[in-house]
Design a protein around this ligand. Structure first.
Ligand code: SF4
Length: 598
C-alpha cells in the first residue's frame, strides 16, 4: 500500500523516490487494466511495425545480386547506372512511377503519407510484381537476386521515414525481407565496411556525383533546345544517342588506384588508403575524361537547327525535390504539358540541392561558433581552450568552403564543355538573403527556404516569366512555404507564381490552372517581344531572312546575350540579330543594354 504523499511518515520518507514512483506506476497500470476490463475495452497487444531482420548483402553475393534504384529523371538514373556498373555492380533502375504505382503505394503503405512516398514506394512494389508476373520469379528469388538502394536522411519531413515505408509496403505486398539499403545524404564518403556487398566509398560517390552533374546539364540543354527545334523530334533523337554515349563513358571509367610495391610500401606506414583517396580526388579534378565526352555530346546538339526567333515564355519549375525532378505522373507530366502549350521549361538541377546541403551544413557550423556539443563553454581565462575551439571552427568552415568551391568548379567545367548555355548554379548566400525574410533559412525539411528564394531569384534576375511550384499533396514543408509565398507575391508584383498540388489524381484540374497562368506569361512574353522588335528597328521578316541565310545563327549553342528588361530567348535573340544586321549595314546599334551574366 502506498501512503498519501500529503501525510508522509518516517517509513515513506526513507523509501527512495525512484522506488516510490515505480510502485505508483505499477498501481496505475493495475487500475487501468481493471477499469478497461470493466468497461469492456481491454485491448489486445499492439502489432507495431518493427524493422525486420534482413539478410545482409555481402561481398560474395555481388556477382549474382542486382542493385535496384531510381527516383530521378531517366537521364540521371541511366548515368548513375553506368557509373556503378563500371565499379562492377549489376544494376537495374525502377521506372518512373505512374498512377498505378501510386495506388499500390496507398494500398500497401501507411495512410497519411506525402505524395512522393506513395509514388516511390508503390513504384518498387510494382516493379517486383511485374518481375513476378512477367519473368515468373518467386518472392524468394527476388529477395535473393535484388537489393534496393535509396537515399536516407533524418529531419522534420517524411523523407526520414521512407526506409520504414518501403519495408512496410514490401511486407504487406508479400515481399517481406526484401533488402532495402540506405546511403545517408549527409553521411560522408565512406559508409560501409569492407565485407559489405556495396562499397559506399569514394569511387561510389564520385561516380554518382559526376553522373548527377552530367545528367543535370544534358537534361537542361534538351529542355532549352526542344521548343525551338526546326525538325520536330530531333532533340529527343540526339538526346537518346547522347545518353547512350555518356552511359558507356560512365561504364568505362576507371579511377586510378595504388597497386603492387607502392601500395605495400605505403601500407607499412599506414598511409596507403589516404594516399589513394588523394590520388583519386586530384585525378578527378584534373581529368578531361568527362569533359571530352560532353564536348562530343555538344557537337551532336550543335547539329540541331533551331529557330530562336520564336516567342516563348520561360517557366521556371520549383517545388519539392522529387516533384520538381520526376517526369511522370508524379507531377502530372507537367514538363511535357508545358512544352506542348508553347513554353520553354527551365528545369531545376539536382546540383542545386547538393550545393544547398553544403551551404546549410556550413550555416549550422557558423551558428555554433564558440560552442562544443555537450560541453560547457570554456572559462574566459582559458584562452588556450578558446583558441582551440576557434581553430576547430575555422577548419570545419574551411573544409565546407573548399567542398563547395570544388563542386561548383566541376559543375562549371562540365557546363562549359557542353557549350556554356546551361545556367550556372544559383548563388546560395543570395538565395538565403532573399528567402530568409519570408521563410527562416534555419528551418529544415523539404526544400526549406529554397522554394521561396528561387521564386525571388528567378524574378530578380529576369530569368523566367512564370514560376510554377509543384507541391506534393501532404507535404508539410511545402505547405509552410505556400503560406509564406503570399507575402512574396504581394511584394513582387511582376511575379507570376502558381503553386500546384500534385497527387495521384486531379491532373485535368492542375493542367487547366497551369494553362490560365501560362496565358498571362505568354502575354508578358509577347509584350516583351514587341518591345524588342521596336528597339531592333527592323521588321521581323527581315530579321528571319537574315538569320535563315546564316547556319551559325541556327546553331542552338550559339550564345544569346541577355538584355536588361528582356527575359525570353526570342526577344534577346532578335536584339542580338538586330545588333549584327545594323552593324553590317553601318547603322547605329539598338538602344538596349546587356545585363550582367549569370
Ligand atoms: S519534402 Fe514533403 S513531399 Fe518530400 S519527403 Fe518531405 S514531406 Fe514528403
Amino acid at each position: 500500500m502506498i501512503r498519501d504523499h500529503a501525510t508522509p511518515d518516517s517509513t515513506t520518507a526513507r523509501i527512495p523516490i525512484a522506488v516510490r514512483e515505480d510502485a505508483i506506476q505499477r498501481q496505475l497500470d493495475t487500475m487501468r487494466a481493471q477499469l478497461e476490463r470493466e468497461a469492456g475495452i481491454a485491448t489486445a497487444p499492439r502489432d507495431a511495425f518493427k524493422r525486420p531482420d534482413e539478410v545482409r548483402f555481402t561481398r560474395s553475393q555481388r556477382e549474382h545480386t542486382t542493385l535496384l534504384f531510381g527516383g530521378l529523371t531517366w537521364k540521371h538514373d541511366k548515368l548513375i547506372r553506368g557509373a556503378w556498373e563500371g565499379l562492377g555492380y549489376k544494376c537495374e533502375t525502377v521506372p518512373s512511377p505512374d498512377v498505378k504505382a501510386f495506388q499500390l503505394g496507398k494500398e500497401y503503405g501507411n495512410n497519411g503519407q506525402c505524395n512522393p512516398t506513395y509514388f516511390t514506394v508503390g513504384g518498387l512494389v510494382q516493379f517486383l510484381q511485374n518481375k513476378r508476373q512477367e519473368e515468373g520469379l518467386s518472392a524468394d528469388e527476388l529477395r535473393e537476386r535484388y537489393v534496393f538502394l535509396t537515399a536516407g536522411a533524418c529531419g522534420p519531413c517524411r523523407f526520414g521515414m521512407y526506409e520504414a515505408e518501403y519495408r512496410l509496403a514490401l511486407r504487406n505486398s508479400g515481399f517481406d525481407g526484401f533488402r532495402v539499403m540506405l546511403f545517408q545524404q549527409s553521411g560522408g564518403l565512406s559508409q560501409s565496411d569492407a565485407e559489405n556487398g556495396l562499397q559506399m566509398n569514394l569511387d561510389f560517390f564520385l561516380g554518382m556525383l559526376n553522373a548527377m552533374m552530367m545528367g543535370d546539364l544534358v537534361n537542361e540543354l534538351a529542355y532549352q533546345i526542344r521548343p525551338f527545334e526546326v525538325n520536330p523530334g530531333e532533340t529527343d533523337r540526339v538526346l537518346d544517342e547522347s545518353m547512350e554515349t555518356l552511359y558507356q563513358t560512365m561504364r568505362a571509367r576507371r579511377n586510378p588506384g595504388l597497386e603492387g610495391a607502392l601500395e605495400s610500401f605505403l601500407s607499412k606506414f599506414g598511409v596507403a588508403s589516404s594516399t589513394e583517396t588523394l590520388l583519386k580526388f586530384v585525378d578527378n579534378l584534373k581529368t578531361s575524361y568527362y569533359t571530352e565526352a560532353l564536348q562530343d555530346v555538344r557537337r551532336r546538339f550543335e547539329a540541331i537547327p533551331v529557330d530562336y526567333t520564336r516567342c516563348k515564355p520561360i517557366v521556371k519549375i520549383t517545388g519539392e525535390f522529387w516533384a520538381q525532378t520526376t517526369e511522370g505522373d508524379g507531377n502530372f507530366k507537367m514538363f511535357d504539358f508545358l512544352q506542348r502549350e508553347g513554353a520553354e521549361v527551365l528545369v531545376e538541377p539536382i546540383a542545386t540541392w547538393i550545393n544547398y546541403m553544403i551551404h546549410q551544413a556550413r550555416q549550422k557550423i557558423r551558428d555554433r561558433r564558440g560552442l562544443r556539443e555537450g560541453a560547457a563553454e570554456p572559462a574566459a581565462w582559458r584562452v588556450d581552450q578558446q583558441l582551440k575551439l576557434e581553430m576547430n571552427w575555422r577548419q570545419r568552415v574551411a573544409k565546407l568552403n573548399f567542398a563547395e568551391a570544388v563542386f561548383r568548379r566541376e559543375y562549371d567545367r562540365m557546363r562549359e564543355a557542353l557549350g556554356g548555355t546551361c545556367h550556372a548554379l544559383a548563388d546560395q548566400p543570395e538565395l538565403t538573403r532573399s528567402g530568409h525574410p519570408f521563410y527562416n533559412s534555419r528551418a529544415g525539411g523539404g526544400e526549406g527556404h529554397l522554394e521561396i528564394a528561387k521564386a525571388i531569384y528567378y524574378t530578380n534576375h529576369e530569368l523566367a516569366h512564370m514560376v510554377l511550384s509543384v507541391k506534393p499533396f501532404g507535404c508539410m514543408p511545402s505547405t509552410q512555404s505556400d503560406g509564406a509565398q503570399s507575402a512574396v507575391v504581394s511584394q513582387f508584383k511582376d511575379l507570376i507564381y502558381l503553386p500546384i498540388e500534385t497527387s495521384g489524381e486531379g491532373e485535368i484540374n492542375a493542367h487547366s490552372r497551369v494553362q490560365m497562368a501560362l496565358g498571362e506569361a505568354k502575354f508578358k512574353a509577347k509584350d516583351e517581344y514587341a518591345r524588342a522588335l521596336a528597339a531592333a528597328g527592323l521588321p521581323l521578316d527581315e530579321i528571319k531572312a537574315w538569320v535563315d541565310a546564316r547556319p551559325e545563327w541556327r546553331n542552338p549553342l550559339r550564345p544569346v546575350s541577355k538584355y536588361n528588361g528582356f527575359i525570353s530567348k526570342g526577344a534577346n535573340f532578335v536584339l542580338d540579330a538586330a545588333h549584327a544586321i545594323r552593324r553590317e549595314r553601318g547603322m547605329s546599334a539598338p538602344a538596349v543594354h546587356a545585363a550582367a551574366a549569370h
